[in-house]
Design a protein around this ligand. Structure first.
Ligand code: S3P
Length: 456
């Protein structure tokens, strides 16, 4: 078995300094985490799940393709609504081919959980970035539930999941703060008798728990004596297909939001963004840096809090970001580092060990890219220090290491820099934010292919 075989054409992109502030309104694509979960729960529910606003980025399309191979019927309607005809809990069928999860850690890890308690063997692979990422963190608790795995050295993809016919419920304390590991165990718990629990010391995103309840499962969250939370799902659950409305992704909104925040005079409105408190650490940090960000028209959509984000540009100052905030903004450190580079003063980001095992080693890729752009910075084992002077020289080409968020972050940096910034490969932006350059350019950015001048 090999890693993903379809070669992806490189697409170098470049962004030029803007001559005018950003302005206007733009709708960012649906939340990636919620989109994966909507498809997966729809696939193991009884009946039909209608999904409004599904992210159609490559990562989510990988999940849809895998679930089809496992027996669910999934169709994208001409009306933009995705319909999933589920097979019921425990009803997935052994796939004939290898499930290719592309660049998506969430797809691979959550699916490992679902498959672990189905008595069948399935083979998973992914691209070169995903094949570098650790899977033992997911396999370890699932093995305790009775599944086994055959993986490459270091517990990496490609791997085989050998699901168990006799699942054992467990109570598992997470050794790393990870919503993916928590979710994998809870999803495995769906087809397991009794109560399956995950204990987390630091609260990670809770979309799985919220959506499981939405589909009719019994999920409880209880505070332990030491302050950790025990999240439990009652097994052999009956899930019923439900409509799901996917909010705009706060992790994608982060790119136009930071661009507007660092360009004085800008005013941008981003309607319908998910503002689940376990996802909004970046916005809290930007406010501490002096950014003007309002959550307007706060409401609840399908159990998730949603708001329209209004961002006005100004001067930002460096801050100290505590380690405890990391789980609520784990995907946002690359774009926060860009905000810090445009700010005045030192920003210290702590508790970043997990950034080493994302789509790239984000501590290393950010530090290298910022240095290439003339920004003073320092990466430690789990810290990143950025020293902003209010001026970013730019004028470099940054290596993105197959990482969508690194590519988008540096394209935002180019807007506030003194000379254009290029990224070696923007193709991976399609995994999470289709239409990124067009959306940004609609607000007044200048992002285009790097071998030609950025659009005027
Ligand atoms: C995600 C959890 C996070 C995050 C990822 C999406 C999820 O990963 O980085 O982009 O949907 O559960 P970890 O669980 O590894 O922190």
């Amino acid at each position: 078995m090999s890693t993903s075989t379809v070669p992806r054409p490189h697409r170098a992109l470049r962004s030029g300094p803007v001559s005018a502030p950003l302005s206007g309104s733009a709708r960012v694509p649906g939340d990636k985490s919620i989109s994966h979960r909507a498809l997966m729960l729809g696939a193991v529910a009884s009946g039909v799940t209608e999904i409004h606003g599904l992210l159609t980025g490559e990562d989510v399309l990988r999940t849809a393709a895998a679930l089809r191979a496992l027996g669910a019927r999934i169709e994208a309607g001409a009306d933009g609504i995705w319909r999933v005809a589920g097979v019921g809990v425990g009803g997935l069928a052994e796939p004939e081919g290898v499930l290719d999860m592309g660049n998506s850690g969430t797809a691979a890890r959550l699916l490992m959980g679902l498959l672990a308690t189905h008595p069948m063997t399935a083979f998973l692979t992914g691209d070169a970035s995903l094949a570098r990422r650790p899977m033992v963190r997911v396999a370890a608790p699932l093995e305790r539930m009775g599944a086994s795995f055959v993986a490459r050295g270091g517990g990496r993809l490609p791997l085989a999941v050998i699901g168990t016919a006799r699942p054992i419920p467990i109570a598992y304390r997470l050794p790393v703060p990870s919503a993916q590991v928590k979710s994998a165990v809870l999803l495995a718990g769906l087809n397991t008798p009794g109560l399956t629990s995950v204990i987390e010391a630091e609260p990670s995103r809770d979309h799985t728990e919220l959506m499981l309840r939405h589909f009719g499962a019994t999920v409880t969250a209880e505070r332990m004596e030491d302050g950790a939370m025990a999240v439990s799902v009652a097994g052999e659950a009956e899930l019923t297909g439900r409509p799901v409305r996917v909010p705009g992704d706060p992790s994608s909104a982060a790119f136009p939001a930071v661009a507007a925040a660092v360009l004085p005079g800008s005013e941008v409105l981003l309607p319908g963004i998910g503002v689940n408190p376990r996802r909004t650490g970046l916005y809290e940090t930007l406010r501490e840096m002096g950014a003007d960000i309002a959550f307007e028209n706060l409401r609840e959509v399908g159990g998730e809090p949603v708001a329209d984000l209004r961002v006005r540009g100004g001067r930002l100052r460096g801050v100290d970001v505590p380690a405890g905030r990391a789980p609520s903004m784990i995907d946002e450190y690359p774009i926060l580092a860009v905000a810090a580079a445009c700010a005045e003063g030192e920003t210290v980001m702590r508790g970043l060990a997990e950034l080493r095992v994302k789509e790239s080693d984000r501590l290393a890729t950010m530090a290298a890219g910022l240095a290439a752009c003339g920004v003073s910075c320092e990466a430690g084992a789990e810290t990143l220090v950025v020293r902003g002077t209010g001026k970013v020289p730019g004028g470099a080409t940054v290596a993105t290491s197959m990482d969508h968020r690194i590519a988008m972050s540096f394209l935002v940096l180019g807007l506030g820099a003194q000379a254009p910034v290029a990224v070696d490969d923007g193709a991976f932006i399609e995994t999470s934010f289709p239409g990124f350059a067009a959306l940004m350019n609609g607000l007044g950015a200048r992002i285009g292919p790097s071998d030609t001048a950025p659009p005027a």
